[in-house]
Structure formats: C-alpha cells, structure tokens
Write a protein that binds this ligand. Structure first.
Ligand code: GRF
Length: 217
C-alpha cells in the first residue's frame, strides 16, 4: 500500500526531485499524488510535469488573508485524499489552524541542525558564526517557524574557505538523502510524535536512518 503524499514548494524543487527519484523505487512506500506551488513560476512545477505528477498553483497573491490561502490549501489537499504533506522549500508561514489540522502528518526540511539557525539566510549566518559542523533536519511542523519534533538529521563539515553557496551545496546533497529516508519512516509509521520528541520503532537505527542516511535503495 502506498501512502499519498503532497509536496509543497515555492521554487527550485531539488528536494521535490529527490522525492520523485526515490519514488521510482518500487519499495518506496509513498507516491507523490500532488505538488502544490504558491508561486506560478516555481521551477519545481516543471519537475512535477516531467514526472507526470499532478501539480497545481495556489497563488497566495490571490487571497486576501493568510487564513483564506490556508483554507484553499487544506481543501485541495483533502480533495486529493492526501495523507501526508511534505514542505520542500515552501516559503509561506502556515497558520496555527492549518498546522493543527495536519498535525503529525506535516513535515519540513530545513538546512541547519535545528534548533540552531531557524529562519532565513541560514547558510550566511552559519558562515558568519564560524560554526564547524552544519547540516540539515527533517522535522514535524509545529506552529513556530522551523520547529517541531525532529525526525532525522545529517551533518556536514564547514570547511575553510566555504562560502554560503559552497556550504549550501554540501548540505543540499545530504538533504536529498535525508528527506526520502525520513518520509519512509513517517509513512511506515516507524517515527511517531511523543510530546516534544519523536519515538522510533525498534527496527530503526541511528547509524542507518536517522543520521546521514545512506542512499536509499
Ligand atoms: C532547501 O535548502 C530546504 O532545506 C529549504 O529550502 C531549500 C529548498 O530547496 N527549506 P529546493 O527548492 O528543494 O531545491
């Protein structure tokens, strides 16, 4: 049985692409049933089209309020019988009401080792702070920005001479491996929210899945 996943994007869509690629494996337990972009020109829409995945623009500019936009989003997801929602470079804050409706079924990827470096301009801020270990995090979404129970993380070094661009590229490689691995955990119900943290099925290992996961099959 494959779970119906929606991916929400605003731009480039390289994480969407990593999920499209993961989905090509027959053992992957989720299908991307819908891609939604709030920006009509998002490059990720072309990736969805190329893969033959239903995609839709819900332009936030067409709505008076954040609540109206989120209501349209919620209705679209429900009409498509979506079970899980993955944010992948989706640059809109979601209302607490939307987050509540999709509680424990809504996840996000962020290019830092949360809870450090929430928010925007993460790579520049990490370089400026002089940190030596950076990385990315997949987490359940809670009402505050870039927070919620952590599902998995991957670490990369910050090297001498790194710029925001070179660091972003190194982290992105890990994002593309981490997100499919975490989505697998989620839809196979091997990662569950328990208060502020995630609890795992006993088959889940930190070395294989939760941190710097290997390429999935
Ligand atoms: C990624 O770095 C992701 O972690 C962050 O936004 C970026 C989206 O990149 N939330 P892409 O659109 O998936 O290429």
């Amino acid at each position: 049985m494959t779970a119906k996943l929606a991916v929400l994007i605003s731009g480039r869509g390289s994480n969407l692409q990593s999920l499209i690629d993961a989905m090509a494996s027959p053992s992957f337990p989720a299908e991307i049933a819908l891609v939604i972009s709030n920006r009509p020109k998002a490059q990720g829409l072309e990736r969805a089209a190329k893969a033959g995945i239903p995609h839709k623009v819900i332009d936030h500019k067409d709505f008076k309020t954040r609540e109206d936009f989120d209501t349209a989003l919620d209705e679209t997801l429900r009409l498509a019988n979506i079970e899980f929602v993955a944010l992948a470079g989706f640059m809109r804050l979601l209302t607490p009401d939307f987050v509540r409706k999709w509680r424990d079924r809504l996840i996000n990827i962020h290019p830092s080792l949360l809870p450090s470096f929430r928010g925007l301009h993460v790579h520049e801020r990490m370089i400026d702070a002089g940190i030596k270990i950076a990385g990315c995090t997949v987490h359940f979404v809670s009402a505050e920005v870039d927070s919620g129970p952590i599902i998995g993380q991957a670490a990369v070094p910050v090297l001498p001479g790194d710029t925001a661009e070179t660091l972003a590229a190194r982290i992105l490689e890990e994002e593309h491996r981490l997100y499919p691995a975490c989505i697998r955990l989620l839809v196979e119900k091997k990662a569950r929210v328990s208060g502020a943290v995630v609890q795992y099925d006993s088959s889940v290992t930190a070395s294989g899945v939760l941190q710097n996961p290997p390429d999935s099959d």
